[in-house]
Design a binder for this molecule. Structure first.
Ligand code: AMP
Length: 181
């Protein structure tokens, strides 16, 4: 990625100290989404390696992964799979527990959302510890998806999420990174 694109994206992301808790630097992408050029360039950069490949589905993690994933799905002429917090999806689901900073939560996907062998790209706004994305990878793998990559706008490398996904054999793509957490 060229330096000017990196700069465009970095300057479009707003950092909010001590949100949602003291000590956390919240990387807010609503400012990037609200900036037409930055939003378009982020999506273009994320889809770039997959243009011309046959991608069946984009799986987005609630909620910011829905916004990015919807745009990516449109661009690649792929379907979209919502991965949601438990209890939100109306049909038969598969569920997995995933680790949060303190404790566990559960996420779900419709059982018929992906067919064995379908090529899927997983999308979220940010990877930190990788617990959330790891849960989504487990759901998709359990249903037989072929995960081409997991894509994020932001990497927090010090928290180790990228390494966690790579250890599961998943290719990780991120656009910008911030030190610390
Ligand atoms: P993790 O499971 O630790 O990789 O956390 C990733 C999920 O939590 C993503 O859905 C992010 O949107 C959110 N998240 C974690 N840390 C931050 C942060 N510093 N700023 C914004 N979102 C975050």
């Amino acid at each position: 990625m060229n330096a000017s694109l990196e700069q465009t994206l970095l300057s479009a992301i707003r950092t909010i100290p001590d949100y949602p808790k003291p000590g956390i630097l919240f990387r807010d992408i609503t400012t990037l989404l609200g900036d037409a050029r930055a939003f378009r360039r982020a999506i273009d950069e994320l889809v770039h390696p997959y243009a011309g490949l046959k991608v069946d589905k984009i799986a987005g993690i609630e909620a910011r992964g829905f916004i990015l994933g919807g745009a990516i799905a449109h661009q690649l002429s792929a379907g979209f799979i919502p991965i949601r917090k438990k209890g939100k999806l109306p049909h038969d689901t598969v569920r997995v527990a995933y680790s949060l900073e303190y404790g566990l939560d559960e996420m779900e996907m419709h059982r018929d959302a992906v067919k064995p062998g379908e090529k899927v790209i997983l999308v979220d706004d940010l990877i930190a510890t990788g617990g959330t994305a790891e849960g989504a990878v487990k759901l998709l793998t359990q249903m037989g998806a072929d995960i081409l990559a997991a894509c994020f706008v932001i990497d927090l490398p010090d928290l180790g999420g990228r390494k966690k996904l790579e250890a599961l054999g998943v290719t990780v793509r991120t656009l910008v990174s911030f030190e610390g957490h």
